[in-house]
Design a protein around this ligand. Structure first.
Ligand code: SAM
Length: 195
């Protein structure tokens, strides 16, 4: 049983692109109420409950949200944390094994104001902050999956992602309402900038 229907969007994307592998470290941004984290826990085996495959490596799932996220076996939650704050990035780095993640997921969304352009811009700005987070914690060849609301700035976000990932594509899952502007960028093969 999933906490929210959004789980089906991640299941659908992961069935197709196999982002989440046993043993992987995953950061789930905007995780409340926790359905994506439930999917991630199963797929990276962070609760160690894959009964059929003993000996599978155990992964890590860290979820972050401004809101409270009810506890979940196999996940570590940072409730009341803002993903765009540098202090959260530092905390994540401390919690992740070797300070690094294989995958960053983001289903984050601001509270919709109802003004479509404004909501679009705010969400794009939040997505751009994930690129800073990636620079700090994402492993070379890692992946970033992020929700956005389509609009005039989508192309700018795509370009930014393309400058640091080898492969970037836009996805509209079947499980996402047809009449919503919601889409996801899947950016793969992170090219970690050399410092
Ligand atoms: N993927 C979740 C699930 O499956 O349960 C649903 C996520 S919900 C669509 C979007 C979440 O993003 C909200 O819970 C909201 O509080 C969170 N959010 C929005 N802005 C945020 C921010 N700056 N930092 C952390 N979380 C944020």
């Amino acid at each position: 049983n999933f906490r929210c229907r959004s789980a089906f969007k991640l299941l659908e994307i992961d069935d197709k692109f196999r982002l989440l592998q046993p043993g992987y470290s995953v950061v789930d941004c905007g995780a409340a109420p926790g359905a994506w984290s439930q999917v991630a826990v199963q797929r990276v085996n962070s609760a160690g409950t894959s009964r059929h495959d003993q000996g599978l490596p155990r992964g890590t799932v860290i979820g972050i949200d401004l809101l409270n996220i009810p506890p979940l076996d196999g996940a570590h939650f940072l409730s009341c944390h803002d993903v765009t704050h540098a202090a959260t990035h530092t905390k994540l780095q401390e919690l992740l094994p070797q300070g690094q993640a294989h995958v960053i997921l983001s289903d984050m969304a601001p509270n919709a104001s109802g003004f479509r352009d404004m909501d679009h811009e705010r969400l794009i700005t939040m997505c751009l902050s994930l690129i800073d987070l990636a620079e700090m914690i994402l492993l070379p060849r890692g992946s970033l999956l992020c929700k956005y609301w389509d609009g005039v700035l989508s192309h700018q976000l795509q370009e930014k992602l393309s400058s640091v990932f080898h492969s970037v594509r836009s996805i509209k899952p079947d499980a996402s309402r047809k009449d919503s502007a919601e889409r996801y960028f899947l950016a793969r093969m992170y090219k970690k900038p050399v410092k």
